[in-house]
Design a protein around this ligand. Structure first.
Ligand code: MG
Length: 275
């Protein structure tokens, strides 16, 4: 007859086994996601991935540019301060993403944003984009090593196309929102079918691109939480946090590699120093 194991001992064994299973799965999870963010190992891994990336995705506001596009639009229609306040409110998560977008566009429409007014605004803003130092060189180096470069932004396509042109990024590699106008050129909302028109838009764009092009190594660059989502909730192999405009503690802590100067990327890419 098999010896009888006391019930308490059996329960203890189950607890230990359970803990081991949890530990093992946590380890498996962390190894599939790479080393802990910001550690020398994570930075080294990111540098290696940068060299073999088949696609890189850049946020625009406060990353490629030092400015926030929607604030610039607000500036054109004399409501920059009000728009910045609404943006701040939206970033703190007190308002639904799409409502925040509509509130800001409506405010601009109330202050003269017609199709013509917006075209003029785009033309004026595109004359002197406030590029983050080194970002154009970084894009150039990625192109040189054969990496596809995308812009993924919660901003608006018409503001981004002139930038894309200068960066030699085709328009179909720009994922952003679209303001709609009626036949008379009056504001008529925004295209809600764009992936970037809702929260979780950036991971969604990366997933779409992975499916469409079969990318193996995708890297996201950005300054905000929606950018980091491309890594934590999307297929990005690494997330480079950019703090050259705004340092956000959450990004500083969560990015695989947190940089404050694009020169750091140029130093990794082949011949970057020769620029
Ligand atoms: Mg940004």
């Amino acid at each position: 007859m098999a010896p009888k194991i006391p019930r308490r001992a059996q329960a203890g064994t189950l607890v230990v086994l359970g803990a081991l299973v949890v530990l093992a799965s946590l380890r498996a999870l962390s190894s599939s996601r790479g080393p802990a963010p910001g550690t020398p190992e994570a930075i080294e891994r990111t540098k290696e991935l940068l060299l073999k990336a088949d696609a890189v995705f850049f946020d625009v506001d406060s990353t490629v540019l030092k400015t926030e596009g929607i604030d610039q639009m607000g500036h054109c229609f004399g409501v920059m301060k009000e728009i910045a306040e609404l943006t701040h409110k939206a970033m703190n998560g007190n308002v639904k993403f799409q409502d925040a977008m509509n509130d800001r566009l409506q405010l601009m429409a109330d202050h003269g944003m017609t199709k013509r007014g917006l075209d003029k605004c785009v033309e004026r803003e595109a004359r002197f984009p406030a590029w983050s130092p080194g970002v154009r060189e970084v894009v150039k180096m990625f192109h040189k090593q054969g990496t596809n470069v995308y812009l993924v932004s919660g901003g608006f396509k018409n503001m981004l196309y002139p930038l894309a042109l200068e960066l030699h990024i085709p328009q179909n590699q720009v994922y952003a929102n679209e303001v709609l106008f009626d036949e008379d050129g009056n504001y008529a909302g925004f295209d809600r079918s764009n992936p970037t028109a809702a929260s979780g838009g950036k991971p969604k764009v990366l997933k779409m691109m992975k499916r469409k092009h079969g990318y193996k190594t995708m890297i996201m660059f950005g300054d905000g939480a929606t950018d980091m989502d491309a890594r934590t909730e999307g297929p990005a192999a690494a997330f480079v946090g950019y703090g050259g405009v705004t340092v956000r503690p959450k990004i500083q802590a969560g990015a695989d590699w947190f940089i404050t100067d694009f020169q750091e990327i140029l130093d990794v890419l082949p011949k970057g120093h020769e620029l």
